[in-house]
Structures are given as C-alpha cells and as structure tokens.
Design a protein around this ligand. Structure first.
Ligand SMILES: *[C@@H]1O[C@H](CO)[C@@H](O)[C@H](O)[C@H]1NC(C)=O
Ligand SMILES: *[C@@H]1O[C@H](CO)[C@@H](O)[C@H](O)[C@H]1NC(C)=O
Ligand SMILES: *[C@@H]1O[C@H](CO)[C@@H](O)[C@H](O)[C@H]1NC(C)=O
Ligand SMILES: *[C@@H]1O[C@H](CO)[C@@H](O)[C@H](O)[C@H]1NC(C)=O
Ligand SMILES: *[C@@H]1O[C@H](CO)[C@@H](O)[C@H](O)[C@H]1NC(C)=O
Ligand SMILES: [Ca+2]
Length: 552
C-alpha cells in the first residue's frame, strides 16, 4: 500500500522533472571532480507529518454523547457520537488516517444546538517547517460541505496568519467579495486571494464532498492545462515577485464558519443535522530546502532538509561555518534545465567563483571567434543574476539580466529610477529602492543617491510632491494668483486657495481690481465686459495698493 502511494506520487506531473540530484562525479580535462546542481526533495503526503489542533475546546462531538441526524434523513436521528466509545468516537486523528475502501472515518463537531450563536471551528495543521505546495489541498467533508469557510496560512510557524482562500455559497453576502474562479486568473494575478462559490453550494451530501485549494489550476496559468510546460512555471517562480512564497506555508488553518444547510434556511426545530464532519485533509508538497537538498527526513518530530552545497539549517537557509566566503543564496531553477546550485564556498576557495582573469583566459583560449558572447553560470553578480557573458571586444565578463532593479557589470548599481538602499548590503534583494518621483512635480523619474528627485519650478520635497511657499498645487505647482501678503484681493474680494480672488458684485479682474461699471459703458451687468488691464495686474502683483482710476 505504502509502495503504491509512493509510486503514485512519483507519477504526478509535479513530482516529475529535473532538479532531483544535487551533485554528480564527473571527469573533466583537469581530472575527476564533483559537479553541483540545483536540487529539491520530491513531493510527499504532508498530512503524515503535520501536528493538528482543533479549536475551540469542546468542539469535537461525543463529550457528552450526542445524537445527530443527516440532511438526507433529518428525522431519523439514530446516529450517535460518543467520545468514550472507540466505535462511536470521532477524534481529529481520523482526518489523517488511511481509509479502507468505502469506509470513511472522520472527525466530527458538536451539532448546532446553540443556534443562532455561530458554529465555529478551527482546524490548524502545523509542520514546524516550510513546505512548498505542489498539488491541490483537498478537504473532504462527509454530510455536506460548509456554506461558509476560510483557508488561512502562516509562513512563520503560526506567528502571523494570512487569508489564503474564501469559500461561501454567497461570497458577497459572507465576505463582501465578488465570487471568482481560479481558472479565470491571469499570469499577473496568479497569486490573488479570492472567494469562490464552487465548493460551498448544496449538491447533496454524497455527490461532491471535496473543498479544494486549487494549486494545479494556478500552476496551469504558466505551465499550460496539463502542466506540460513546467519550465515556464519554474522560470516564473524565479522571476515573479512573491509567487514562490504564495505556494509556501508552515501552517494551514481551516476556519469553518457555517455548516451545510441542506440547500435551505436553518430549520430551528431540528438543529441536530447541522455539524461539520471531515474525513480527510490532503496536502501534497515538498520541503522547502532552497534548492540545496534533494532529501527531507522526519527527525525528532520535525521535517528537516538534508542540506548539500555546504549549506545548513532547517531549510538550508545559510552557509555552513567556514563556508561563508560569499553570502548565502538560494539555488535557482534557472538557467534551465539544471539551474544554478549557488553553493556556499570555503574561505579562500575558488570553487563556484573562479577569478575573473582565469575565466577570461580560459574562455578566450577555447572560444569560437565567431561567437564573441558566451554565457556561463557561475559569476559574481551579488546574487542578482546567475548568468554572465564574456564580451570579447571589451575583454570583460559581465553579468546579464540583473534582477532586483540592479544593473552594471556585477549588478552593483541601481537601475535608472532607483537608488541605493543605505541599510542594505549589495547582495540584498532590497538594495535598490524605487525613486517614486511625483510624475507631475518632477523633471524625470530619476533621483540622486539619497532618493531626492529633480523638481520642476515651484515644486519641492524629496519626491517633488509639495509646492514652494508662493505656489499652490493643482496638477503641478503654479505660482499663487493671490495671497495674504503681496497679492491681495482688492475691493473686499477673498482669496480662494491661492488660485483666484472671489470678487464682490460689481468687481472683476484677477485681483478684483476693476469695477464692472466703467465710465464708458452704461451696461454694468454686461457679461461680455471681461477685460484685463495688464498694467493694473502688474501693479497689483508688485503689491501696490491699487485704486482703479475708473473708481468713482
Ligand atoms: C480561529 O482562528 C482565528 C485566527 O486565525 C481566530 O481569530 C478565531 O478566534 C479562531 N476561532 C476559534 C473558534 O478558535
Ligand atoms: C521545530 O524545528 C526545529 C528545527 O528542526 C527544532 O529545533 C524545534 O525544536 C522544533 N520545534 C517544535 C515545536 O517541534
Ligand atoms: C563543500 O565542502 C567540501 C569540503 O569540506 C568540498 O569538498 C565540497 O566540494 C564542497 N561542496 C560544495 C558544493 O561547495
Ligand atoms: C532597505 O534594506 C533593508 C535591509 O534589507 C530593508 O529592511 C528595508 O526595507 C529596505 N528599505 C526599503 C525602503 O526598501
Ligand atoms: C540629493 O539631493 C538633496 C536635495 O537636493 C541634497 O540635499 C542631498 O545632499 C543630495 N544627495 C547627494 C548624495 O547628492
Ligand atoms: Ca479519515
């Protein structure tokens, strides 16, 4: 049986593919030596290694013993849950056992006898280890799926929790979210948290028992419907920010918020048919070992990567002592198909980081003159690239495709529009910070080394999103039209947001300096008599108290 399971898992497309060996003994011109590759453990049934907790206390049925009914047969309440009788008990461990064909064993909650107080239960799985999901999470409910539930995840052993997916028969009513399907997500939204109605509607308790968290459908966005193009997925996992983390968890929590209702409203006269019953929680994934291990073992109650590449730690997340001549890096799926091991190197060792001159010499001596640019994997790019090119006519080796908004021969500079994070090392992912210059207030989107943008006239502030004192903001900074000091509105006019004078009846002009009734026109109310006197404006702008010559 166990063998069968193992074989089945090996046949899953997601367990397939490369990255299954960390090193091999190869013979080169310089004699035999190890060659290293990015590697990862194979996918496993993670439910076998989880610690489970069901909350709140007293939510499991049977203490005291209780009768319950089913939606199919609501008035024949012959079933009983009794925690003290092994044949009638429904403890949490029955969500993780191996079931004989046809005979479901399940954890069961108390019934909703305290309606209308909500019937709430949390089922928390903890691994004390980061796990990368490789297949759908499938939760199997007997006697109907919850009408409202939520899946949460933690990435830090339960210290903080984040929503992973919402489930409801009416997403808008339950969570104020529109219903969406994972199948409709696109490459840019593949890690969106959504609410689905697919697994919560009543279809009969026997017909469809599963609630899914669709990992495959999300992978399929990149790898195609049958997950045939895994290379594309691996490429995306390396390049799309946050995508890898989206599929990584240390803990999962199912928050059961309202049980199955049998397709109708809650019938208060028979509350014994409302409860939760979970027969299985399937979580398929692999240990996260940062591509530095192909084995993960269960030791002293926890999963642990068997680290290679002279790394160490539960996730191979750091370099072994005396192997810290360059900073730790995760292995990379790229370049395809073998990836980069990004191994830790001993101090003084040239492994994995050949000195530039030797690389250049070797490349020059055996390079084909027709192809001046050759790429190779191991080069010094502060962890922002795995690839370098040798540029023949300049006789330099330079990093290509620098990530994390870096650029330069060693990815040591920030791209235009970014500046250096003073508190980050050169190999930090956060080393370059976006300038974020205000598009309207700035001359361009570049900034200086301390993040200051170059401002247009009148604008100020590090990002040019403020105005100098004599300017006002309106899609950019404009000189004040009026103010309280020099550009005072005349004839009792009031200055509105430094943009214009609001003139009393009978006056007009930028500073209300003109009477509408000029002596030559009898028509004081004429709307057509808008006329600006330039000298008047200039005088007023000089702050001179101006009396209109046409004033009575
Ligand atoms: C379930 O867990 C959430 C936090 O994820 C907590 O707020 C809530 O009170 C828990 N519910 C129960 C019934 O323990
Ligand atoms: C979690 O795993 C770490 C590393 O293997 C171990 O030291 C620690 O004791 C474990 N904690 C628990 C609660 O099992
Ligand atoms: C790790 O260190 C050993 C020496 O202790 C060395 O032989 C081996 O090649 C190193 N492995 C890697 C991947 O650097
Ligand atoms: C600068 O780098 C530090 C260290 O990695 C990081 O914690 C911080 O968030 C970075 N600052 C910005 C603005 O990104
Ligand atoms: C960046 O510009 C600001 C404002 O002009 C200035 O105060 C700062 O000294 C400049 N920083 C550098 C490193 O030039
Ligand atoms: Ca079971």
């Amino acid at each position: 049986m166990l063998h069968l399971v193992t074989i089945l898992l090996h046949c899953l497309p997601l367990a397939m593919g490369h990255y299954d060996i960390c090193k091999s003994w190869v013979t080169t011109d310089n004699g035999p030596s190890w060659e290293f590759y990015a590697c990862q453990p194979r996918a496993m049934r993670m439910k076998d290694y989880a610690l489970v907790r069901v909350d709140p206390a007293g939510i499991t049925c049977g203490d005291p013993p209780e009768r319950f009914c089913t939606h199919e047969n609501p008035y024949l309440c012959s079933d009983e849950c009794d925690a003290s009788n092994p044949d009638l008990a429904h403890p949490p461990k029955l969500m993780f056992d191996t079931e004989d064909e046809g005979l479901a064993t399940y954890w069961q909650s108390v019934t909703w006898s305290r309606y209308p107080e909500p019937l709430l239960a949390n089922i928390t799985l903890s691994w004390n280890k980061s796990i990368e999901l490789t297949d759908d999470i499938v939760i199997t409910f007997e006697y109907g799926r919850p009408t409202i539930m939520m899946l949460e995840k933690s990435l830090d052993n339960g210290r903080t929790w984040h929503p992973y997916q919402y489930y409801a028969d009416d997403c808008m009513e339950a969570f104020g979210m529109p219903a969406r399907r994972v199948r409709d997500l696109s490459t840019t939204s593949a890690n969106r948290v959504l609410c689905t109605e697919e697994y919560s509607r009543w279809v009969g308790s026997k017909k469809e028992k599963n609630v899914r968290f669709e990992v495959r459908d999300r992978f399929a966005i990149f790898a195609g419907p049958d997950l045939k193009n895994m290379d594309n997925l691996y490429t995306r996992l390396e390049s799309a920010k946050g995508l890898k983390d989206f599929f990584t968890v240390t803990d999962l929590r199912m928050r059961l918020l309202r049980p199955a209702l049998g397709g109708t409203y809650v019938q208060r006269e028979n509350l014994y048919k409302y409860f939760y019953a979970v027969s299985n929680i399937e979580v398929i994934g692999r240990c996260k070992c940062n591509l530095h291990a192909n084995l993960c073992t269960f030791k002293e109650g926890s999963l642990q990567c068997e680290c290679e590449h002279n790394t160490t730690g539960q996730d191979c997340g750091k370099c072994k002592k005396n192997f810290r001549s360059r900073s730790w890096r995760a292995g990379s799926y790229l370049p395809l198909p073998n990836g980069s091991p990004n191994a830790c190197a001993a101090a003084g060792s040239a492994f994995g980081m050949p000195s530039k001159s030797s690389k250049v010499t070797r490349l020059k001596s055996d390079s084909d003159p027709v192809t001046p640019v050759r790429t190779f994997k191991d080069c010094e790019c502060y962890g922002h690239s795995n690839r370098c090119s040798y540029i023949d006519f300049l006789n330099v080796v330079t990093c290509v495709s620098c990530k994390h908004n870096t650029r330069g021969q060693h990815c040591q500079h920030c791209r235009l529009g970014f500046y250096r994070n003073g508190s980050a090392e050169l190999d930090d992912e956060n080393v370059c910070i976006e300038c974020n210059c205000n598009q309207i207030g700035s001359v361009h989107d570049r900034c200086n080394e301390t993040g200051y943008c170059e401002c247009k006239e009148g604008a100020t502030g590090p990002k040019c999103d403020d105005c100098l004192p004599d300017y006002y903001w309106r899609q950019g900074c404009f000189p004040n039209v009026c103010d309280e000091e020099l550009l005072i509105c005349q004839n009792g006019g009031t200055c509105h947001q430094n943009q214009r004078c609001i003139c009393p009846a009978g006056y007009k002009g930028v500073l209300c300096e003109q009477s509408k009734c000029d002596s030559e026109s009898q028509d004081c109310d004429s709307a057509s008599s808008t006329y600006l006197s330039l000298p008047a404006l200039l005088l007023s702008a000089l702050g001179l108290q101006l009396r209109c010559s046409l004033d009575f």
